[in-house]
Design a protein around this ligand. Structure first.
Ligand code: GLN
Length: 261
């Protein structure tokens, strides 16, 4: 009897271990070839209208809807993971995320650790001030000002690169809405945000407390990102799908809901 119990226990243990190992290896395998049961974990910025934002409990926006249309066209499954932008790139490079569509600017620095798709949207960085502010109208007016910036972004990079040049004081935020409030409330003199994002906010606000100061500092494209040399099949499907939805009018339909005349 004792011997039987021992064998039964051993069998249960082996089965349990096999089950655990099985589950673990499946999810962890980044860079797999696409298979029917593969579900890609893809991040978006949790608060980045008109690219990704929550409305009545569901996520919508240009990034969210382009991804969904591309996934349907190419026949892959994904799980959307909305998060603060500062967590997105570390999430990809550590292998916790398979990719991201997060209003992410394609930069040479990021290309050292990420591979980008073809650009899917033209963007660029704008200086934004309180609507009552009259003394900041271009980059030349930033001397000794305080800047409200969002962690981990191209905007924060620009501010950090120019801190000494202009004697800036930097105030960091986790997401765009709280960064906007900081300038609306008069705490910081200006903020840095991508042109399409701030233009959309000002349009939606109506009588906005914010104003865009001068021309864009530079122009840059957004790209879908994966870890460098990894998840290449996902990157290829994104590029192929993007081309198809541009050709069949789906791209214009999605983008047209949020930007345009
Ligand atoms: N485009 C900017 C960047 O890549 C901002 C992105 C964002 O805030 N989601 O850093």
């Amino acid at each position: 009897m004792k011997r039987k119990t021992f064998i039964a226990l051993t069998c249960t243990l082996i089965l349990a271990m096999a089950a655990l190992t099985g589950c673990g290896s499946k999810k962890e395998t980044a860079g797999d070839t696409a298979s029917d049961d593969k579900v890609y974990l893809i991040a978006c910025d949790a608060k980045y209208a008109p690219f990704s934002f929550e409305e009545n409990g569901t996520y919508k926006g240009i990034d969210v809807e382009l991804l969904d249309a591309i996934a349907k066209t190419e026949g892959f499954k994904y799980e959307l993971k909305p998060m603060d932008f500062s967590a997105v790139i570390p999430g990809i490079t550590s292998g916790q995320l398979d990719g991201a569509i997060a209003g992410m600017s394609i930069t040479d620095e990021r290309k050292q650790s990420l591979d980008f798709s073809e650009g899917y949207f033209e963007s660029g960085l704008s200086i934004v001030v309180n609507a009552n502010n009259t003394d900041i109208n271009s980059e030349a007016d930033l001397q000794s000002k305080s800047a409200s910036i969002k962690k981990g972004t191209a905007g924060s990079q620009f501010a950090e690169d120019n801190t000494d040049k202009y004697g800036l004081k930097l105030n960091y935020f986790d997401d765009s809405p709280t960064m906007f409030l900081d300038v609306e409330n008069g705490n910081s003199d200006f903020l840095l945000e991508d042109y399409p994002v701030i233009a959309y906010k000002i349009k939606v606000d109506g009588d906005s407390k914010l104003r865009i100061a001068g021309d864009k500092l530079y122009t840059v494209d957004y790209g879908f990102a994966v870890k460098k040399d990894d998840n290449q099949e996902l990157l290829k499907m994104f590029n192929d799908g993007l081309k198809k939805i541009k050709e069949d009018g789906t791209y214009d339909k999605i983008v047209g809901q949020y930007v345009g005349e």
